[in-house]
Design a protein around this ligand. Structure first.
Ligand SMILES: Cc1cc2nc3c(=O)[nH]c(=O)nc-3n(C[C@H](O)[C@H](O)[C@H](O)COP(=O)(O)O)c2cc1C
Length: 201
């Protein structure tokens, strides 16, 4: 069975810097023979977590919307490529809202203990973070990494790699960046090949 990769675009700006970088990554994945699906969070309908903690008792979220459908997809694929620009030194509201809604999986893992990912499962499931930022600061992504790690931990993915490009304001956009798009393509190819190999071992 082909390696399956789900791209999640968390930018509200369609076909902007971040989605373009995600698309190049997914092009690389496709070129390596994996099967790809992309979802755009701004086109989905979901509300933020209410913090009601009902999931602590049932392991289910009481809100039935697109977030739950998307989490089912996430749990079914080999790789997720999660993309967000840096907004106010963190990730976008669209992506943070989705990540918070995964609390019912956290409850299954750590409160109810009905969900468990083996080390072997985690090794065979790779998470990639894709991001762009306006500023050229080296630490501009630092507040985003732990939030993305929380998503990967909750859903059973190894935090495999980042595809990040800063200084967009100076470059005037991702297409003017000297290396980012090629790097995204090559990293897409690489993770698809690594996962393909893991499927046969
Ligand atoms: C609301 C908003 C907040 C932003 N905050 C930051 C920030 O805190 N730091 C930064 O480096 N860039 C910031 N930026 C710039 C974006 O991260 C940058 O332009 C990014 O490449 C946009 O990606 P997109 O085309 O996918 O929207 C912000 C942009 C917007 C619209």
């Amino acid at each position: 069975m082909a390696v399956t990769v789900l791209g999640i675009s968390g930018s509200p700006h369609r076909h902007g810097n971040t989605e373009t970088l995600l698309d190049r990554f997914l092009d690389g994945v496709t070129a390596a023979g994996a099967s790809v699906e992309k979802v755009v969070l701004k086109d989905l309908h979901y509300s933020p977590c209410r913090g009601c903690n009902a999931c602590h008792k049932t392991g289910e979220c009481i809100v039935e919307d697109d977030a739950i459908v998307l989490y089912e997809k996430i749990l079914a694929v080999d790789c997720i490529a999660v993309a967000s620009p840096i907004y106010s030194m963190g990730i976008t509201a669209e992506l943070k809202g989705l990540i918070d809604r995964g609390q019912y999986l956290w409850a299954r893992k750590f409160i109810l203990k009905t969900l468990y990912f083996t080390n072997d499962h985690i090794k065979r499931h790779k998470g990639i973070f894709i991001s762009t930022a306006g500023l050229g600061w080296n630490n501009v992504f630092d507040r985003a990494f732990p939030v993305i790690a929380a998503l990967f931990n909750t859903t059973g993915f190894e935090y495999y790699d980042n595809v990040i490009a800063n200084d967009m304001d100076r470059y005037g956009g991702i297409r003017q960046h000297p290396t980012a798009l090629l790097e995204a393509y090559e990293k897409g190819q690489k993770v698809a090949r690594v996962l393909e190999k893991l499927k046969t071992t």
